[in-house]
Design a protein around this ligand. Structure first.
Ligand SMILES: [Zn+2]
Length: 234
C-alpha cells in the first residue's frame, strides 16, 4: 500500500511537472521577442520619466483599465531594471512608468545572484528588452553593511551575511583611508559597476549585446533628490 501510494504520488508529480513544463513553454512562446524601442530611446524615456518624477510632474502613464486589458495577452517591457529592494527605490515610480513598461528585478544591494541573472536573461532573450539598467542608490543599507563586513563586523544572520559578502569585493577599488560615509558613497557606485561587469560577461547577455545591440548601464538613485544619475552610456 505504501509503495502504491508512492507510485501514485510519483505518477501525479510527473504529470504535474509535464503540465507545468508545457505551460512554461507556452508562456515563453507567447512572449517571443517583439520589435521594441532602441536602447537610446529606452534610455531617453527613463531620463524624461525621472525628470517628471523628481520635479513632481508625474504623468503616471499606462496604468488604466485599457492598459491592463491590452497586456493580458503578453508583455514587451522596453527596459529591464535590477534595483535594490529598498522601499525608497521602486523603478516604476522613480522613472514614472506604468504597467508593462519595466521588467523589474529587485534584490537588496542590487546584486546579480543566480535568480536575478536568470530573470534578466529571460527579459533579454524572451521579452525583447533592449536596455538593462543596474540601479544602486545613495544611503544603501546593504552596501553600508558590506563595508562593516569587510571590516570584520559580519552580520550574525547567515543569509544576510552571504548577501553582504557578495558586495564586499566592490570595496577593493575604494580608498580605505576615506571616511566611512565617503567609502559607502564610493562603494555604492563600485557595487553597481561590479554588477554591470558581471552581467556583461554572461555568454547569454554577450550574445544579445552583439546580435541585438542591447545596452547594459549603471545608474545611481539619490534618495534625497529623487534624481537618477546614469553612470555612462556606450
Ligand atoms: Zn539598498
Amino acid at each position: 500500500m505504501y509503495l502504491c501510494t508512492n507510485n501514485f504520488r510519483a505518477a501525479g508529480l510527473s504529470a504535474l511537472l509535464t503540465i507545468m513544463l508545457s505551460l512554461t513553454s507556452a508562456a515563453i512562446a507567447n512572449d517571443a521577442p517583439k520589435a521594441g524601442v532602441t536602447p537610446a530611446t529606452a534610455l531617453n524615456r527613463l531620463v524624461a520619466g525621472n525628470q517628471r518624477f523628481a520635479s513632481g510632474k508625474m504623468t503616471r502613464p499606462n496604468d488604466d483599465p485599457a492598459r491592463i486589458k491590452s497586456l493580458a495577452s503578453g508583455q514587451a517591457p522596453f527596459v529591464t531594471v535590477l534595483s535594490c529592494s529598498d522601499s525608497r527605490v521602486p523603478p516604476e515610480l522613480v522613472f514614472d512608468q506604468g504597467l508593462g513598461d519595466v521588467f523589474t528585478v529587485r534584490v537588496a544591494g542590487n546584486i546579480a545572484d543566480a535568480a536575478a541573472i536568470g530573470s534578466i536573461e529571460y527579459a533579454a532573450a524572451h521579452l525583447g528588452s533592449s536596455l538593462i539598467i543596474v540601479m544602486g542608490h545613495e544611503k544603501c543599507g546593504a552596501v553600508t553593511g558590506a563595508l562593516d563586513a569587510k571590516n570584520g563586523k559580519k552580520d550574525s544572520i547567515p543569509g544576510i551575511a552571504a548577501l553582504l559578502d557578495s558586495i564586499v569585493p566592490a570595496y577593493d577599488s575604494v580608498n580605505a583611508n576615506l571616511g566611512r560615509d565617503a567609502q559607502v558613497h564610493a562603494g555604492i557606485e563600485a557595487n553597481v559597476l561590479q554588477t554591470v561587469a558581471k552581467l556583461k560577461e554572461l555568454p547569454e547577455l554577450k550574445s544579445v549585446m552583439v546580435s541585438r545591440g542591447i545596452w547594459i548601464l549603471g545608474a545611481i538613485y539619490d534618495v534625497s533628490t529623487g534624481k537618477v544619475r546614469f553612470l555612462k552610456t556606450p
